[in-house]
Structure formats: structure tokens, C-alpha cells
Design a binder for this molecule. Structure first.
Ligand code: GLC
Length: 740
């Protein structure tokens, strides 16, 4: 529809109809299978409000959504189509690895392909927009939603956020335009703006307390990347930032998002977030909350009655300008128009296409290969890969037969579609034995989450003895342990990020009877795995791998796939060490392991370094990286646009593999303290046995910019250290000087 017709449509709408366009309700108000992903709205909605609502969330299904759309449009005074939104976070019906696992691939192009496949399935089942990517930087594994991020590094997150936006929407053209109406495309909504990933004490929804410089340099760039990639929508976060809730934060939404980042699309609140300003204590009524949010710049009110029950009176009472309401409504109409919904309200909804794409061979193959690429091999003392012949392996643990191995945000994932480890092994006809060995947990609180009961617990002793017997009779043991899928995700913070004690007991007993133990760890977050790391000969982190997770585990365990994942988030020594990140500061009293001085920045009881650092991951082969060489030790502003840091990488092992070569830079002295190192580049290098290759990183002045003492974003002359290696702990170092 032409813009002037949109303007005319807006002009023809009553205040009630305008306010209705800004209401988003759960699909469960329109059908009985809608996914409810937040607290129920006790107020409910009147039939009149539902009649005018502008969008739904959490419903899927071509036929269902076409029926809803048809009925809704027939009764709407202007026959404006509904927008259908949903959390398509890591796949749709075919479930891919959780975003944190995708971050461990260091392969944004892969995530773009996953987002394309997810978009094709979602579009076919009638969804127009996904609440993805989540661009929140995370450093605290107590927070359950680290599983939904791509980790602790701002540079890495930016690459993945852009890849996902472009995977869902397609790439912008030279004029920065994206065709959201294109077949198989869905609009992207970047979230949660802003800095939701840094809640105090790692407790979900808690306050976020950041310096402005940390917010600007570390937490905002990934959202900006999504905006630059033309994400259609931005979602406000639940948290306060500088004690102001994001949905009422004019500085955040007007000055930063609209003015500085240039975002022109729709801003949607997170579920109930506008009304939650009463709980935050900055509004005393829904009317006040509605005024705060609209003036701050929130366009759509997700799942509260604040907007639909107050905006009309606020305008009529002269407390807000109708133009403010019009601006928000026009953005929503423009989004619907950009999706082509006025011409085709059903867009890509197509039952036969849905059947064709859901769980199709191509998407299953993508789920399997991406899962294998996301696994991180943390330890391997000659135990993996296993041998197909002549090795009797006992597969033990609560994850062996578990099909619920898709992340907490896999709203369309189904156990019946998912391949467990046991399913995959049975398909291969391998000489293996199975034993459950333990529950997920025997902790009362966690049992409630994983649905285990006291009756289950009564059987745990027998389970354990059966497992020990199986382990004693095998050549090798694979222990499939870790978190139930719902131990992470939203409202799933854990104060003790440990492996449940009953699983550790299983580990101890099995290791007593068999020295050859490999642990396969399913988890939505880094955990304290000291005991696993001490006792097992091999540790493979598989995260929550999705529909083909069991197949991918067997592919890697038996060497069909060679692991190449690198940690996108540090595994801490213990809970007390979090929040932790490689991206840390020297302090005035830097401590290195082994120093004896007392007055240093250290712990008395544990080391400063994590158990496994960001960027770390092993392979079944080995690689050599030569000393880093710089094309020049001077980088002049403006003149030679860049200098180059080069290494030679060689596969010194006997099987093909991929190494992720990483570039880190440290600003050695500046007007403010700078991190000890920052990731500035990475390259995945596939190499055949014996093959070697030159790898080169261009370093230019723009990579050295930060928010200085004057709060200006710029680089400063001086010396820099360059590190190139296979993890954030590499000491392969060189120096250069930036000069004017
Ligand atoms: C939830 C989440 C958000 C999600 C939204 C819709 O509360 O915070 O990430 O997209 O509600 O389900």
C-alpha cells in the first residue's frame, strides 16, 4: 500500500482503533494452543479489546493463523490485518542448537543459514516476525538466559546478531532497504534493549547497574549491529538501567536508539513490561505507566491493558498529544505494510509448504551438522574418538535416552521428532549397553523443574547399581550428564551453577570401576565442572543440541565429525568466580598465577583464571600456529589504512580438522583503563592432515576506538599489543604503535 494510503487509513481510525493497533495479546486468546511465554494477564481483555488488537504472539500453524486472520479482518472496522509474532529462537519445528552453542561455532555464516531455514519454516506456518536475535552480552552463568545469547564477547555477538537478522530478513540493499515481503522471510526483533544480560547477582529481571562507558562500549554495540542490519523491531527489556525501567526510559529509547542509532522501526515492550513499571515503583497506575511508555517511545504494549485502556483518555484529557499516538500506530501500520500484509494478509502461510519444510531432510541435516559444529571438546586424554569395532561402550546417564534436548525457547520443538543419543546408537547398530544411572537431580526445587518425583528418587539406588555394573563390564564408558533443558532459559537463574550431586555420585562410582570415562555434558550455561574435568578422560560440551542432537553426539564420539567448537562463554572455576569474562581489566595490583605477594587482586582459595577460557576448544587433530608477524610496527592514521598480523597454521595431526584462529588486541595505555585484551577478529581454518596455510588479519584504526575520558568514541595514539592464537589465553604476541 502506498504511504499516503497508510496516512489516510490512520486518519480514518478512531482513537479506540488506534490504541487497539498498539495492543499485542497472546494467541491463546484466539486459539487454544497458543504458547504462553509470560505471566497471565489477570485483567484479561474484553471482547472489544481483542477485536481491535493489532498483533498476536505465540501462535503458529498455517491453517490456524489463516483462519484467525480471516475472521479477525472480517470484523475489524478497517479490515487491518493482524501481525503474528513468535519466539523462533533456534529453529522452528526443526530445532537447532541454542544460540550459545551457535556462538561456539565461531561461524556466523552457519547461523545465518540456520536463521534462513527457521524463517522458511516459520513463514510457512504463518508467522510474520520472530523475537530474535537476543543481543544481550552475558558474563554471569547464574542467569538462565545465557543460553539464548551468543556469549561474553561484544565482537563475536555483533557478527552473530547481524547473521541472524540477515538470515531471517535477507540482506539490506545499497540503499539500506530490506524486502520483508519476500517469500520465506520473517521480520527480526532484536532484544532485550538494553543490557538485560547483566542483572545483579545473575537473578533474572533484576536491576542492571553499569557505567555509561561500559554500556556504550560493551553492551550496546550488538543491538546497534542489529539496527544497522535493518532489524524491523526492537524489544525493550524488563530491567532497570540506571534505575529506570527500559520501557519508560526516554534516554535509552529516544536519545540512544532513535537519535544515535537511527532506528526507525517499531519498539515493542517485553511481556507485561509496561505494567511492570508499577512494580518497579515508577508508576502508580496503568494510566501513568501508559503515558511514561508512549512518551519514552514504546509503540506496542505486549500483553497488558495499559495502552488499550488508557491511551484514549490520555489523549482526550490532553495529557498526551494525539500525534504521539499517531506516530506509534503509523510505525505498526508501516511494519504490516513492509511485510506486504495489506496485499496478502496470509503472506507465506501455506499448509502444504509447512508439511514440506517441517523436519525436512535438508533441515534435519542442517540441525545435525550445526550441532556437531557447536560442540566444544574441553578435554581428551586419548579417549575420543571411540572405536566402532572391538570396543564395548556403556552409555550411562539421564541424558542417554532423553529426547528433551532442545533449548528452553524451542516452542515448536517436540520430543517425538528428536533423536536422543540412544536413538542414534540404535540406528548405527553399535555394540553398546545403556543404563540410566541417575535422575537429573534429587534437589527438591530442581526436581519440580525437571518433573522428577519422590517415586523416581526411590528407584535411584537401583539405577545407580545397575549403571556401575554396566560400567564395570565395558571397555569404555560415555556418561551423558548435565542440565535438564528447563534448568536454563527465562526465569531459570541458578545460584549454584553445579552439576546435580546425584550425577556427580554416578560419575564417582563409575570412575571407580572403569578408568575410561568420557563425559558428554548437556547444558544451557557454563557450569562448575571441576570434578568432571578431574575424573573424566574426556569432556565434550554439547549444550542443548536440538532435533538431531543425539545423532550429532554419536557422529562426534565415533569420529565421523571432528569437534571444532570454541567456548563463547568462559567456564568458571566455581560459582564464586562469576561474573567472569576474558575481557577483564588489569587492576592496579595485577596478579599472575604463582606470584607470592599478598596485596594483589586475587582469591585466597581459587585461581583468577576460569577453568576453561573464552575461545578454548580442542580437536581430534592438533594444530601449530607460528609466531605472529606484523607487516609494520607502526599504524599511521589515515595513511596506510591497515597493518597486517600474520601467522601460519598447520594441521600437525592425522585427520582433517578446523582451527579457529583468533585475533586479540590490547590498548596498552589510554585515557581510561582498557581491557587486557579484546577479540577483534577470528577465522575458521579447515586443514587436511599436514596442510598449512597463512592467515592474515587486517588491523585498522577503527578497530582501536573506545569511549575515552572525554566520553568521545575515538582511538588514541600509543602502543598496542596483538595476540593471535587458538584461545583468549594465547601469548603469541607482537606490538605496534598507532601514530598520527
Ligand atoms: C518473554 C521474553 C522475551 C520473549 C517474549 C515473548 O518474557 O522475555 O524474550 O520474546 O516474552 O514470548
Amino acid at each position: 500500500m502506498e504511504q499516503e494510503k497508510l496516512i489516510q487509513l490512520l486518519a480514518d481510525m478512531t482513537l479506540e482503533e488506534k490504541a487497539g493497533q498498539l495492543l499485542q495479546v497472546a494467541g491463546s486468546y484466539f486459539e487454544d494452543e497458543g504458547f504462553v511465554t509470560g505471566p497471565e494477564n489477570k485483567a484479561g481483555f474484553t471482547a472489544e479489546e481483542l477485536k481491535l488488537a493489532g498483533s498476536l504472539l505465540g501462535s503458529a500453524g498455517a491453517k490456524k493463523l489463516m483462519d484467525i486472520q480471516k475472521k479477525y479482518m472480517e470484523q475489524h472496522p478497517h479490515h487491518i490485518p493482524l501481525l503474528f509474532m513468535a519466539d523462533i529462537i533456534n529453529g522452528c519445528r526443526t530445532v537447532f542448537p541454542i544460540p550459545l552453542a551457535q556462538g561456539c561455532t565461531f561461524d556466523p555464516a552457519l547461523s545465518e543459514r540456520l536463521a534462513q531455514a527457521a524463517a522458511a519454516e516459520a513463514a510457512a506456518c504463518g508467522i510474520h516476525l520472530t523475537f530474535s536475535p537476543m543481543a544481550d552480552l552475558v558474563q554471569d552463568a547464574r542467569w538462565g538466559r545465557v543460553m539464548e545469547s551468543t556469549g561474553e564477547d561484544v565482537f563475536l555477538n555483533r557478527q552473530f546478531v547481524r547473521a541472524m537478522v540477515e538470515g531471517y530478513q535477507g540482506k539490506a540493499d545499497e540503499e539500506g532497504r530490506v524486502d520483508l515481503s519476500g517469500k520465506g522471510k520473517i521480520a527480526a526483533c532484536v532484544k532485550h534493549f538494553a543490557a538485560y544480560g547483566a542483572p545483579v547477582a545473575g537473578r533474572d529481571y533484576n536491576a542492571v547497574e553499569l557505567s555509561e562507558r561500559t554500556l556504550l562500549d560493551d553492551y550496546l554495540p550488538a543491538y546497534r549491529e542489529a539496527v544497522d542490519a535493518k532489524a524491523a523491531v526492537v524489544m525493550t527489556s524488563f530491567n532497570t538501567l540506571d534505575r529506570v525501567p527500559s520501557s519508560g526510559n526516554r534516554k535509552l529509547l529516544q536519545e540512544i536508539l532513535r537519535a544515535k542509532m537511527g532506528f526507525e522501526g517499531v519498539v515493542i515492550s517485553d511481556w507485561g513490561a509496561i505494567r511492570e513499571m508499577l512494580s518497579h515503583g515508577i508508576a502508580q497506575s496503568e494510566r501513568e505507566a501508559a503515558k511514561l511508555a508512549l512518551e519514552a517511545g514504546v509503540d506496542i504494549d505486549m500483553m497488558t491493558t495499559c495502552y488499550c485502556r488508557n491511551l484514549v483518555c490520555l489523549v482526550r484529557d490532553g495529557e498526551i498529544e494525539e500525534s504521539l499516538l499517531d506516530r506509534a500506530v503509523l510505525r505498526v501500520l508501516e511494519l504490516k505494510n513492509a511485510l506486504g500484509l495489506f496485499e496478502d494478509p496470509f503472506k507465506d502461510a501455506d499448509e502444504s509448504k509447512e508439511r514440506e519444510l517441517f523436519l525436512c531432510e535438508e533441515h534435519r541435516a542442517l540441525a545435525r551438522s550445526s550441532a556437531a559444529e557447536s560442540f566444544v571438546l574441553l578435554k581428551n586424554e586419548g579417549m575420543l574418538p571411540l572405536h566402532r569395532k572391538g570396543q564395548r561402550v556403556a552409555f550411562i546417564g539421564p541424558q542417554v535416552e532423553n529426547r528433551s534436548i532442545f533449548g528452553a525457547w524451542s516452542i515448536l520443538g517436540r520430543q517425538e521428532d528428536t533423536v536422543s543419543i540412544a536413538d542414534a546408537l540404535k540406528k548405527e547398530g553399535l555394540d553398546v549397553i545403556f543404563a540410566r544411572g541417575s535422575l537429573f537431580t534429587e534437589d527438591e526445587r530442581l526436581m519440580a523443574v525437571s518433573g522428577e518425583t519422590r517415586q523416581d528418587r526411590a528407584r535411584s539406588g537401583k539405577m545407580l547399581e545397575e549403571a556401575v555394573l554396566a560400567a564395570g563390564g565395558a571397555d569404555a564408558v560415555v556418561l551423558a550428564l548435565g542440565e535438564h533443558r528447563m534448568y536454563s532459559g527465562e526465569a531459570a537463574s541458578r545460584a549454584q551453577i553445579t552439576v546435580p550431586s546425584c550425577q556427580l555420585e554416578l560419575l564417582r562410582r563409575v570412575c571407580e570401576v572403569n578408568p575410561n570415562v568420557a563425559v558428554v555434558l548437556f547444558t544451557g550455561r557454563p557450569l562448575d565442572i571441576r570434578e568432571i574435568s578431574d575424573r573424566a578422560k574426556a569432556v565434550l560440551v554439547v549444550w542443548q543440541p536440538g532435533t538431531e542432537g543425539g545423532s550429532a553426539v554419536v557422529d562426534v564420539l565415533y569420529g565421523r565429525e571432528n569437534p571444532s567448537g570454541k567456548l563463547a562463554m568462559s567456564f568458571p572455576w566455581c560459582t564464586g568466580q562469576v561474573p567472569i569474562s576474558y575481557h577483564e581489566f588489569s587492576t592496579g595490583r595485577p596478579y599472575e598465577e604463582g606470584m607470592q605477594d599478598r596485596y594483589l587482586s586475587r582469591y585466597l582459595d581459587i585461581p583468577n583464571r576460569p577453568l576453561y577460557p573464552f575461545g578454548f576448544g580442542l580437536s581430534y587433530t592438533s594444530f601449530e600456529i607460528s609466531d605472529v608477524a606484523l607487516s609494520s610496527d607502526v599504524l599511521r592514521r589515515g595513511r596506510n589504512a591497515a597493518i597486517y598480523a600474520g601467522v601460519r597454521v598447520k594441521n600437525t595431526g592425522k585427520i582433517p580438522g578446523s582451527e579457529v584462529v583468533q585475533l586479540y588486541i590490547q590498548d596498552l595505555c589510554a585515557s581510561v583503563a582498557r581491557p587486557k585484551r579484546e577479540l577483534k577478529g577470528f577465522i575458521r581454518v579447515p586443514l587436511m592432515p599436514g596442510e598449512e596455510r597463512n592467515v592474515e588479519f587486517a588491523i585498522d584504526e577503527s578497530m582501536l576506538r573506545f569511549t575515552g575520558i572525554d566520553m568521545k568514541f575515538a582511538s588514541e595514539d600509543g602502543r598496542f599489543a596483538v595476540f593471535v592464537g587458538s584461545s583468549s589465553e594465547t601469548m603469541n604476541r607482537a606490538e605496534f604503535e598507532l601514530m598520527s
